[in-house]
Design a protein around this ligand. Structure first.
Ligand SMILES: Cc1ncc(COP(=O)(O)O)c(C=O)c1O
Length: 338
């Protein structure tokens, strides 16, 4: 039986590069699991900071980006508060609002069928800020699942027109042509703006759960005080440190995934009934000619997992994670026969 194609969770199809495995093994062997991690995560914060060109004092380490979201809600959200996001956006935003009894206000993005592109309704978003006075704004860029990168002008205007924390979630930033964070240093990043990063996507260690928030020193102090003291375990920390210190391979990996994404997109665009949105993430949003639920179960019968979405626009939308070239060719041959 062929192995299952797991193209439903935006994971990286590649694990740790083989030439890094000896280093990683050595790092794991030197871990003393009977000891707690360093609760300040001094070294981890330093190398995460080096990666994004920020000082360690601006970094909050997390057990994946998901835990960073927990900290953000714990720090700033009381029951009944309003959290503003895009619609669609990362499903955990909605989940966190439920957990913290917050009012989730998702502002629909606009789908232009003539050019087959999704964009932000900037006027509606700014209008929603003015009307709802949110306590928190979460913006994923690239947006999950549309793959749209938000413009700097839009994010700046959100910051100018609001008075609450604004989180720019760049979990997929490595795959994009531009990143909001790149424009800033620790001196210039506005105090209310923080950027979420993760090692689950381009770095390919989703199972180890390492992410971080890049933020002002003030917010960093607040969240580092609030987080549980040993939130990243010693094995995950050791692997993350090894990869972060030897990251020359990362660029090549990103190029490979982006090139696979574009090849797959072009092939799919040639199949007339399938419509595929441009994407700057490691996934593609596709309007299927087959009803979504039926497609999911048909693909499952053929050992392929993709994710179905109910979106604010008409269509049978599924999100397909970009795997290896071979995996995407296997999927294409399945799709051609549907
Ligand atoms: C937009 C976005 N942000 C954050 C995350 C959290 O990733 P993790 O908890 O694996 O770091 C995800 C995961 O899919 C995501 O899609």
């Amino acid at each position: 039986m062929s192995h299952i194609l797991r193209l439903d969770k935006n994971e990286c199809p590649y694990s740790i590069p083989s030439y890094m495995k000896d280093d990683v093994d050595r790092a794991l062997l030197s871990v003393e699991p009977n000891r707690y991690p360093d609760p300040t995560y001094g070294e981890l914060r330093q190398v995460l900071g080096d990666y994004v060109d920020f000082p360690a004092s601006s970094i909050v380490p997390g057990n994946g980006g998901d835990e960073i979201l927990w900290m953000i809600f714990a720090a700033w959200i009381k029951p009944g508060d309003t959290v503003l996001t895009l619609n669609p956006s990362f499903s955990q935003y909605e989940h966190m609002c439920k957990v913290f009894n917050a009012r989730h206000l998702p502002v629909p993005m606009v789908f232009d069928e003539t050019v087959f592109k999704v964009s932000v309704d900037e006027a509606a978003f700014i209008g929603a800020i003015k009307e709802a006075s949110p306590s928190l704004i979460l913006l994923d860029s690239p947006n999950n699942p549309s793959g749209t990168v938000l413009s700097d002008d839009f994010i700046n205007s959100v910051v100018e027109n609001s008075s609450c924390p604004v989180i720019v979630d760049e979990a997929y930033g490595e795959f994009a042509s531009r990143r909001y964070l790149d424009r800033f240093t620790t001196e210039t990043l506005p105090e209310r703006v923080s950027v979420l990063k993760t090692m689950s996507k381009a770095w390919g260690i989703a199972g180890l759960r390492v992410g971080c928030l890049v933020t002002s020193e003030k917010v960093s102090r607040l969240l580092n005080d609030l987080r549980s003291p040993f939130n990243v375990n010693v094995y995950s920390e050791a692997v993350a440190l090894t990869l972060l210190k030897n990251r020359s391979w990362l660029e090549e990996r990103i190029k490979t995934i982006v090139s696979t994404r574009e090849k797959f997109r072009e092939s799919l665009a040639e199949m007339s009934q399938w419509k595929v949105l441009p994407s700057e993430g490691n996934f593609l949003l596709v309007d299927s000619p087959i009803p979504g639920d039926e497609l999911i179960s048909t693909l499952r019968d053929r050992h392929v997992e993709v994710k179905r979405f109910n979106l604010p626009w008409e269509g049978e939308w599924i999100r397909i994670t970009v795997g290896t070239d071979d995996e995407m060719n296997r999927l294409l041959s399945v799709m051609e026969k549907l």
